[in-house]
Design a protein around this ligand. Sequence first.
Ligand SMILES: [Zn+2]
Length: 90
Amino acid sequence: MKGMDELKLDGNAAAGNLEQIFAFEITTAVGTCANCGASGAVGGAGVYSQAPGIVVRCPACEGVLLRLANDGDSRWWLEMTGVRSLEVRL
Ligand SMILES: [Zn+2]
């Protein structure tokens, strides 16, 4: 049986799949809140863009679903701790 280190790849191994997955209409994707379990289209979530980045909150519990920040140039940071799952229809 292989150990975990032998099975581990770097992020490049998932790049092809992630590029496919993230090339979709995000507003119709259905997210599930990690805090309360509510599910709904991302387009129905609350967005707060007056922060240093963009904060998207659950419409049911106001928990933070995700944060998106940009350095003003070409670098972006996406934090999705508050999203338990994201259902995408390709
Ligand atoms: Zn919630």
